[in-house]
Structures are given as C-alpha cells and as structure tokens.
Design a protein around this ligand. Structure first.
Ligand SMILES: C[S@@+](CC[C@H](N)C(=O)[O-])C[C@H]1O[C@@H](n2cnc3c(N)ncnc32)[C@H](O)[C@@H]1O
Length: 212
C-alpha cells in the first residue's frame, strides 16, 4: 500500500511515522509514504499557495491551480480531501481504504481550500465535528488506522480481528498482571483457564460505544 500525502508541512510527519509500528512497516516496505510539498507546485517566484477569498472574509484560501497541480502529480489513486465538511471517518471506511493500492491524502490548511478542488477528489473525510488548523493530523489518523489493518503490519494479525468496532461494539475489558491491584481484582473467570467460559464472558462484556 502506498500513501501519498499532499501537505504544506511535510516535516510534521517525521515524528509520528518515525517510531513504533508504522516505522517498522516502512522499514519492511509493507507500506510506502510519499510526502509531497504543495508549495513545490506554486508557479510564481514567491511560491504563493494561497490568496484572499473572493467576496471578502477572514483567512487565506489554498489556490485551486496549485492544489490541482499537486494532486495530479500523485498519479492514479483514491483521492481523499481531509475536510471538516467530509463524511465522518469510521472503522468501516478504514477497512475499505485498506483494500486500495494507493491513497492520496490532501491536507488543507489556513482557511481551507478553494471549493473547486473538491471536484478533483473522490471523497472528503472528516475525523470529527471540530476544526483543526490543518489536514495533517487527520491524514496521520487515516495512515495509522489503515496501516494496522494491512497484512504483516501488526505482530499478531488477530489483534485487529477481535477489537473495538470489528462489529458494532467496543472491546471487552482486558487485564494483565498483577491479578490484584489495590481494591481492583481481575474477574475470576479470566484466571480459570476455562477457554469456553472466558469466551462467553468476553462476549457478554462487549458493549455499544458511548454516543458522545
Ligand atoms: C482551519 S481548517 C478550515 C476550516 C474551514 N474554514 C471550515 O470552516 O470548514 C483547515 C484545514 O484543516 C483540515 N481540517 C480541519 N478540521 C478537520 C477535520 N475535523 N477533519 C478533517 N480535516 C480537517 C482541512 O484540510 C481544512 O481544509
């Protein structure tokens, strides 16, 4: 799987992708991440990527010509604009994205992108009903959540089969040693060694996610 991330701030991705499971997957070449600086597609000597909104108003808007040139440089793939106006990201969408060969993630910034950029996208994705300064954190969220579903990325593939949102519930409670901590005890069934009972208990403990 290849991710191409179009951003004005490629350096923001160094630390999140420079450790742990994503770093290992990059080293093993299970996934590839291309970082493309949108500013490289500005055509004037000042490398201008944004301008004032027609009709007036606050902030600066990323220019359609620059954005589309950057987007088209990424080649074929599923084009996703990170946007608070987009469809809310769910584990089901993440599972769909994990089947793609190439995800192209476009990070807006400042006051956002010229609306015409949306015409060049396959979809728009929001990570929640709040406004961030840029699409970089949402892009990291997509890369992280998709990557851990790819074969060979997690040490134990079962980790992603039996976890929160693999159905419509969140995961059962998990414990590790010590069996007793202050007044908090691990349920006896988990110490029983009876796998059928443990399985039944876990099923009974799966819960609907909180709504807010
Ligand atoms: C400050 S926001 C622009 C907000 C825009 N003016 C609005 O009111 O909808 C700048 C960029 O951050 C990204 N962004 C902000 N919040 C987001 C969210 N909840 N989900 C996905 N992307 C988001 C988008 O790429 C957006 O273009």
């Amino acid at each position: 799987m290849t991710f191409t991330i179009l951003t004005l701030f490629p350096e923001m991705f160094e630390s999140p992708f420079g450790g742990s499971i994503i770093k290992r997957a990059l080293d093993k070449e299970t996934l590839t991440i291309n970082l493309v600086n949108i500013r490289d597609f500005a055509t004037d000597t000042h490398k201008t990527v944004d301008d004032k909104p027609f009709g007036g108003g606050a902030g600066m808007i990323l220019k359609v010509d620059v954005c589309v040139a950057a987007l088209e440089s990424a080649g074929k793939g599923k084009r996703i604009l990170l946007s608070p106006k987009g469809k809310k990201l769910t584990q089901q969408r993440i599972r769909d994205f994990a089947k793609e060969d190439h995800l192209i993630l476009f990070c807006g910034h400042y006051e956002g992108v010229d609306t015409r950029v949306e015409e060049f996208m396959d979809e728009q994705i929001s990570i929640g009903d709040y406004v961030l300064t840029g699409g970089e954190l949402p892009a990291m969220v997509v890369v992280d959540a998709v990557s851990r579903l790819l074969p060979g990325v997690l040490g134990n593939p079962d980790s992603s089969n039996d976890e929160s949102f693999s159905g419509d519930t969140v995961e059962y409670p998990q414990y590790t040693r010590p069996a007793g901590f202050r007044r908090l005890k691990v349920p006896d069934v988990l110490l029983s060694g009876n796998h059928a009972e443990i399985h039944a208990w876990r099923l009974s403990q799966r819960a609907k996610p909180p709504t807010s």
